[in-house]
Design a protein around this ligand. Structure first.
Ligand code: ADP
Ligand code: MG
Length: 320
């Protein structure tokens, strides 16, 4: 076997459970169940842009799949298959084995088969494509929000941004207690995609997006696609007490409103869905919080103590 093939065999080939032909041929083969559509999405992680080049490889492997599963969740699709294209500056077997363990830990938790990919030498870059199934015409798109719909988010926002602020030394180091710090670093390095929630939102949510670039930026995509505006209450947004206790601080506001990488779901639903959503939240043990309302127009207004909040950052944009 050539070194490249050996590497693929050693680190990226594991048994599959829902694939007709997996790694080893020119293409993989899968069967999409009757009545289902294939949902497809790709996310690329580049060293120095999306992660620190020296970050822990296990967490990087986990995150590179988790962010893709999050896209499936936001569509209401069941993730099933993934491909992995990876450029490596050199072959470091310890790094690769940790990376692959992290990737497959996330894959087995969400029942995703790794069915192919590409391996080349180059600056560390990871590109994962994910494929999943959703019943025909049941995918939750960005374009379905309606005036008067409630706006909901899962989990807590701002933790990943706070973890990043800590690592970049923009936050005084003694401010966060050890438990909060662990939570924030976990959110940043090993996010838990809301797969089960996404599936439960089929037929209930009118629109949905996962928060990867910040609440305002991502909710903004829903508003653009749906041709609507929104009002949000800053104090209603779920976040840890550390953030809650300084809501007037612009840096804290940025963490909550513009901090990326949380991979929570933001979705809209009619007011008649409140009871169902409360049940789903309890069943899945997944906090869901009502943070605002969709309105006519195109403005996105955030209020705090009856005043409009001027947001300094709108969220992450690679080309701004
Ligand atoms: P080809 O030259 O036909 O593109 P490759 O030698 O690149 O084939 O890959 C051989 C097999 O290994 C293919 O099935 C491909 O999908 C798979 N593969 C290559 N790199 C990876 C990877 N990083 N992860 C998973 N599968 C991979
Ligand atoms: Mg190839």
């Amino acid at each position: 076997m050539t070194p490249e093939f050996n590497l693929i065999h050693q680190f990226f080939t594991r048994p599959t459970t829902q694939t007709d032909l997996s790694i080893g041929d020119d293409a993989a083969l899968v069967s999409v169940a009757n009545g289902m559509q294939l949902a497809i999405s790709t996310d690329m992680l580049v060293a120095g842009t999306h992660f620190f080049a020296d970050c822990a490889p296990y967490q990087l492997g986990w995150k590179s799949l988790a962010v893709n599963i999050s896209d499936m969740a936001a569509m209401g699709a069941q993730p099933k298959w993934a491909t992995l294209a990876i450029a490596l500056p050199n072959i470091d077997t310890h790094w690769l084995s940790q990376f692959s363990d992290g990737f497959f830990a996330c894959a087995s938790q969400h029942n995703v088969d790794l069915i192919g990919g590409d391996t080349t030498r180059g600056p560390l870059t990871i590109s994962v494509q994910i494929m999943g199934e959703v019943p025909i015409s049941k995918a939750i798109k960005r374009s379905g929000a309606q005036p008067n719909d409630d706006i909901w988010v899962s989990g807590e926002l701002g933790n990943a941004a706070l973890g990043l602020a800590y690592l970049q030394n923009t936050l005084a180091h003694n401010l966060l207690n050890a438990d909060d710090l662990a939570l924030c670093l976990q959110a940043l390095h090993a996010p838990s995609p809301r797969s089960a929630l996404g599936l439960s939102l089929r037929g209930i949510a009118t629109s949905c997006i996962d928060i990867s670039d910040g609440l305002l930026a991502d909710l903004g995509h829903i508003l653009n696609a749906s041709n609507c505006g929104a009002t949000l209450g800053l104090a209603a947004i779920p976040c840890i007490n550390f953030l809650k206790s300084s809501l007037e601080n612009p840096t804290i506001q940025d963490c909550i409103l513009a901090g990326g990488d949380d991979y929570e779901l933001c979705f809209t639903a009619p007011k008649s869905a409140r009871e169902s959503l409360t049940k789903i939240s309890a069943q899945l043990n997944c906090p869901l919080t009502l943070i605002g309302e969709i309105c006519i127009g195109t403005d996105l207004n955030v209020t705090y103590q009856n005043k409009k909040v001027n947001v300094s950052k709108k969220g992450f944009d690679h080309f701004s």
